[in-house]
Design a protein around this ligand. Structure first.
Ligand SMILES: Cc1ncc(COP(=O)(O)O)c(C=O)c1O
Length: 401
């Protein structure tokens, strides 16, 4: 006996990668191998984390409240307000913010919050970019919605455009995932695009779920955010939820600390839902997170490390494999003709693990998988190892693998 919706899920990309490489022997010594397949920041966590975590050890003896602490909510509201230059009263810490245990579980659970059994008498749909962060698909399927894949390919500037979806189709939409900066493409939704999409969500009554966990890893220009777009539209947060976390911003993916912010009605309902079974942040983690959201110095340092690596990547890969410098995030999205074949060759000849792009996408209406010809390369290691690995990657790919 099991939930048969599970049968609609594919294996997660990393399991598929293990299966792909399972029978491939790497010619490279274990000590020389490098995993660029997973987006797990390897930069040292900021020193203030350790101090803050050690401060109130007795708090480990407390069950964490689902809505976190007022201090945590205020720190997040303050950060959002500063980051997006919002009017001081727009984000109410008591009504617009909830802690989550990293954005992943909350992005998944958001579908439980937003997908009704039926929408206007039909099976609800969930819009998502294609290629996309795989959690969106699992969330839609497990909540009985039909996933609708909207191209986020070179032809569309590597972002989905929901504004061209026909009105009748939008009437079926329960929620739309947007990823900005995007994983894997590294592109950013412009403020204009966000400002066009939010009224659409309100008109057709679906929830715009904006996944902004890479918002602080960018080149020159801080990416716009959906809450900033709400401000530009007059300040109403209706039908908008933004998800972010410290995982990438502060290089602490193991801390499992993030937030959801937006529509007060949805936040109240999410709090109710999460009080029945949501993942909570321990009180010492909430306190340490306050210190991290209140500090930008370590974030600037972190961003500079990524910039250095993208400078190197541009030198090494410019003019090859469709290289472009992403506006945000820490992935390269390289067109290598056959992502699986390249991943096998890079592992066997270079000891480099990368993710075939096809594992992050679904076939489009014509049966073509828009990620199939790509690989995703995570620049999460230090600069020296990253540059060395990119040189090797270039040699293997240049050899026609
Ligand atoms: C696009 C995207 N969203 C969300 C997450 C989840 O991150 P976390 O749960 O650490 O906040 C990731 C992690 O890699 C991601 O790439």
């Amino acid at each position: 006996m099991h939930n048969t919706r599970l049968d609609g899920l594919t294996e997660y990309p990393f399991q598929r990668l293990n299966a792909l490489l399972g029978g491939v022997t790497s010619e490279v010594a274990v000590s020389e191998q490098i995993a660029m397949s997973i987006g797990e920041p390897q930069h040292a966590p900021p020193a203030i984390l350790h101090t803050a975590l050690a401060q109130h050890p007795l708090d480990w003896g407390k069950y964490p409240p689902t809505p976190g602490t007022p201090e945590f909510r205020r720190a997040v509201a303050g950060w959002i307000t500063r980051r997006y230059k919002l009017p001081a009263s727009m984000i109410d810490a008591e009504k617009n913010v909830l802690p989550v245990a990293g954005s992943r579980e909350a992005l998944f659970m958001a579908a439980q919050l937003c997908v009704p059994p039926q929408k206007n008498g039909r099976t609800p749909t969930v819009l998502m970019p294609n290629p996309f962060y795989q959690v969106y698909f699992g969330a839609a399927v497990m909540n009985g919605a039909e996933p609708v894949f909207v191209p986020a390919t070179k032809a569309t500037g590597f972002q989905p455009n929901y504004t061209t979806t026909p009105a009748d189709a939008l009437d079926r939409v329960a929620m739309a995932y947007l990823c900005t900066p995007a994983n894997p493409q590294g592109t950013v939704a412009t403020l204009d695009r966000l400002k066009q999409t939010i009224p659409l969500a309100r008109k057709h009554d679906f929830v715009l779920v904006s996944d902004e966990c890479y918002s602080e890893i960018y080149g020159d220009t801080p990416p716009a955010g959906a809450l900033e777009a709400c401000a530009a539209l007059g300040g109403d947060l209706k039908n908008v939820l933004v998800f972010n976390s410290l995982s990438k911003r502060s290089s602490v993916p193991g801390l499992r600390s993030g937030f959801v912010a937006g529509d007060p009605d949805l936040i109240a309902k999410f709090n109710k839902l999460r009080s029945h079974g949501g993942a909570v942040q321990p009180v010492p983690v909430l306190n340490a997170s306050i210190a991290l959201w209140n500090d930008e110095a370590h974030v600037n340092d972190n961003r500079a490390l990524y910039r250095g690596k993208f400078d190197d990547a541009a030198q090494i890969l410019s003019g090859r494999f469709g290289f472009y410098r992403p506006e945000g995030g820490f992935f390269l999205w390289l067109d290598v003709s056959d992502g699986e074949k390249a991943a096998r060759a890079l592992w066997s000849k270079g000891g480099i693990k990368v993710l075939p792009g096809g594992y992050l996408a679904r076939p489009d209406a014509s049966g073509t998988n828009p990620g199939q010809s790509y690989i995703r390369v995570a620049l999460v290691h230090d600069r020296v190892h990253t540059a060395d690995a990119l040189q090797k990657l270039r040699r293997v790919l240049d050899s026609g693998f």
